[in-house]
Design a binder for this molecule. Structure first.
Ligand code: HEC
Length: 476
């Protein structure tokens, strides 16, 4: 459905209703400031939207504490009373004329309320409180909703990326379309939009109604079956719905291994009594060999230098990467200058082109762009310039001493630009300095796609850093 929202307030048609006014802000601080001013202007029904939690926004909005705990307490106490009453009725009220209780004496316990009644009471309290919390949360949040009108606003999508929004509800007593719009402008909104709710969005879908009716009828089936079984007998064995391997001779994890059927004198299957076997040393799971250094690690096979030498007796060469040691010399000839080749001493020979089976294609670059924008742009920015939203926010917090942060590097930095694609792949896989590893989140193929996209991004020459080195040789 194509909905266009004009910037001017439009008269609400019969099928749509204005539910508020939305203001966009470009950074978290202006959002907090706007929330404070909305609060001070007497607005009560408004909400703020941000891609990440903004500290201090709750007091800025004047949000009251949730009433949920009181609701839960009330329902929990009700549960307590119901449990006690139920037990008192079944145990102690055998004198009622209609529906008398039972009055069974068990182990000489009193029939009236006694410590024996507490476990049931306790559990009913827990159960009713848990339900009250779960459903109370839904009710207080006015959920479920079939649709949220904000999702019809294209601009609002950036609320999960890099924009900040404030919406004042139309049913707020202070709301006035024109005055509120004027206030938004004063508070520095970079865009203002009317929020209309398409009333047809809120109708219960036909499918739900149909499914509800069918579901109701299906619900009647089990009671009918139980009722039937109640008055009949049957000699057939019980139904075993999912047989799994329930009736199989087998050992379970961590069991000992006596042979089945020799219970008088157990014969152990294995000399060490254990049924579980340790994996044979030096074996790996099928398909997990990952022997291809080029594809899985981004370097020429066999060029990984041996691990760093232990600290010398005088403690002088405690550095992890030894630039003069024999180990580094083996793989990185002294002639290589990292600033122009991107090949660093003490590191393997990074490959310059993408390895097979990865194939360069438009789809691969598009995939790389999409993954880059999910995993990397938050810090490195959409253009790779090192100024993503998280970076901006962290720098702002660091300026006031609330955080410590290493600026995400510009991917157009000459020292990054000259790097072979294999080293970019390695940075993504294993992290580098203060950047964390992404091996666990991103599969190998996607890591190559991202590395490829980084290379493509660098070729665009967006914002070349001052005094940039000559462009890197094109990859592939
Ligand atoms: C949480 C923030 C963050 C994210 C997310 C992030 N990086 Fe980084 N990245 C950094 C920081 C910080 C540095 C600088 C590290 C340093 O030098 O201490 C860096 C450095 C780099 C470098 C340069 C390494 C070098 O040789 O100096 C590359 C290339 C890079 N990142 C690529 C990526 C790619 C590709 C992704 C997405 C998979 C990504 N980064 C995700 C924070 C991040």
């Amino acid at each position: 459905m194509a909905h266009s929202h004009s910037k001017q307030p439009k008269p609400a048609g019969p099928k749509s209703k204005t539910i508020g006014l939305l203001a966009q802000f470009d950074d978290p601080d202006s959002l907090v400031a706007a929330c404070e001013r909305a609060r001070d202007a007497g607005y009560e029904k408004f909400d703020a939207y941000s891609p990440f939690p903004v500290h201090g926004i709750d007091p800025a909005m004047g949000i009251r504490r949730t009433r949920l705990p009181f609701f839960v307490l009330a329902i929990g106490l009700t549960g307590c009373l119901v449990a006690l009453a139920m037990q008192y009725y079944t145990n102690a009220m055998d004198w009622t004329k209609i529906f008398p209780g039972y009055a069974f004496y068990i182990s000489g316990k009193p029939l009236e309320i006694s410590p024996a009644n507490i476990p049931v009471t306790f559990e009913v309290i827990i159960l009713s409180s848990a339900f009250a919390t779960f459903f109370g949360m839904w009710i207080f949040n006015r959920l479920p909703q079939f649709a949220n009108p904000l999702h019809r606003i294209d601009r609002f999508r950036r609320a999960t990326n890099d924009r900040f929004f404030l919406m004042v509800n139309a049913d707020d007593s202070k709301y006035d379309a024109n005055r509120t719009r004027q206030q938004f402008e004063e508070w520095g909104a970079t865009a203002i939009e009317n929020v209309d709710m398409d009333l047809t969005d809120q109708e219960i879908p036909k499918f739900f109604k149909l499914a509800g009716i069918v579901g109701l009828f299906l619900l009647l089936v089990p009671p009918v079956m139980i009722f039937r079984a109640y008055g009949s007998t049957n000699r057939a064995p019980r139904l075993h719905v999912v047989p799994d391997m329930d009736w199989q001779d087998k050992y379970k994890a961590q069991q000992t291994s006596p042979n089945i059927g020799t219970d008088k004198e157990p014969v152990y299957l294995y000399a060490d009594d254990r049924a579980m076997r340790a994996p044979v040393a030096g074996t790996i799971a099928r398909g997990d060999l990952q022997e291809d250094d080029r594809y899985y690690r981004g370097y020429e096979p066999g060029t990984l230098p041996p691990p760093a030498q232990p600290v010398a007796a005088d403690g002088s060469s405690a550095s992890f990467v030894s630039t003069s040691g024999p180990s580094a010399q083996d793989s990185a000839p002294a002639a290589q200058d990292p600033a122009t080749t991107g090949q660093y001493p003490g590191e393997p020979d990074w490959i310059e082109t993408v390895p097979s089976p990865f194939v360069v294609s438009e789809t691969a670059i598009a995939r790389g762009k999409q993954r880059f924008e999910i995993y990397c742009s938050v810090c490195h920015g959409y253009d790779g310039n090192g100024n993503g939203l998280v970076n901006k926010r962290a720098l702002a917090l660091a300026a006031t001493g609330q955080a410590q942060w290493t600026t995400a590097k510009s991917l157009h930095d000459p020292t990054v630009k000259v790097q072979p694609i294999g080293r970019i792949f390695d940075t993504i896989s294993n992290g580098r300095n203060s950047m964390g590893p992404y091996k666990a989140q991103i599969p190998v193929e996607d890591r190559w796609a991202i590395a490829l996209y980084v290379k493509a991004l660098q070729e665009t020459g967006i914002q070349p850093a001052a005094g940039a080195a000559p462009p890197a040789a094109p990859q592939q």
